[in-house]
Design a binder for this molecule. Structure first.
Ligand SMILES: C[S@@+](CC[C@H](N)C(=O)[O-])C[C@H]1O[C@@H](n2cnc3c(N)ncnc32)[C@H](O)[C@@H]1O
Length: 188
């Protein structure tokens, strides 16, 4: 795993922060999660870490960038996890999926969080959870940013938080670790 972390650092590939990962691993363990959908594999780091929590876990992970997909596939093979991690080189915005999961981990384009939440909630089991990473988006202040794209990302992240807070179907808790995680579960 250290080699994957080194590769990510050297190639500026964003992977989940250690303390956020620890939190997710504990949750997977506590809730006895078996089936995971991940949106945004990058080079397979978080998918591998989640699969390693228990031998019973299966992960389906989606990555649209071909180079990252190839690297992720290699890493999954090296870790001998091909029978438990399926990675697809697809755009998660267009992908059609019928399967149901205990956990959906949203970790792709931050401006599309809301879109992914709405698109994939039908793939969540009744008592399942949706986790989203980088919910604080580096704590950047919208009014202090000049770069248009960055400003848009921060605005989208704020709008996603507001969407989760106001959501009548799902209840969300925000965890202030790493870059911020949200944990959403159906009400009732
Ligand atoms: C933050 S990285 C994922 C990190 C990974 N989950 C980890 O912690 O090891 C986000 C990834 O999402 C991918 N991505 C962005 N939009 C996507 C989409 N529409 N469909 C699939 N993958 C997407 C990017 O190419 C990028 O590799």
């Amino acid at each position: 795993m250290q080699l994957i972390e080194k590769y990510a650092k050297e190639n500026e590939i964003p992977i989940i922060q250690k303390e956020s990962l620890k939190f997710i691993e504990n949750l997977i363990n506590e809730k006895k999660i078996k089936n995971i959908l991940e949106i945004g594999s990058a080079i397979g780091y978080s998918a591998i870490k989640m699969a390693l929590v228990s031998d019973e876990i299966k992960v389906l992970t989606l990555e649209k960038d071909e180079t990252r997909f190839i690297e992720a596939k290699k890493n999954i093979e090296k870790m001998k996890l091909c029978d438990r991690i399926t990675i697809l080189n697809v755009d998660a915005k267009e992908f059609i999926l019928d399967e149901q999961f205990d956990l959906i981990f949203i970790d792709a384009a931050k401006s599309s969080n809301l879109y992914f939440f709405e698109k994939y909630k039908k793939n969540l089991k009744q008592n399942g959870i949706i986790i989203t990473d980088n919910i604080n988006f580096h704590n950047l202040k919208e009014e202090e940013i000049e770069n248009k794209n960055l400003k848009r990302m921060v605005k989208k992240t704020r709008e996603y938080r507001e969407f989760l807070i106001a959501n009548e179907e799902f209840e969300t808790v925000f965890i202030e670790i790493g870059d911020g995680l949200s944990i959403s579960q159906r009400r009732g």
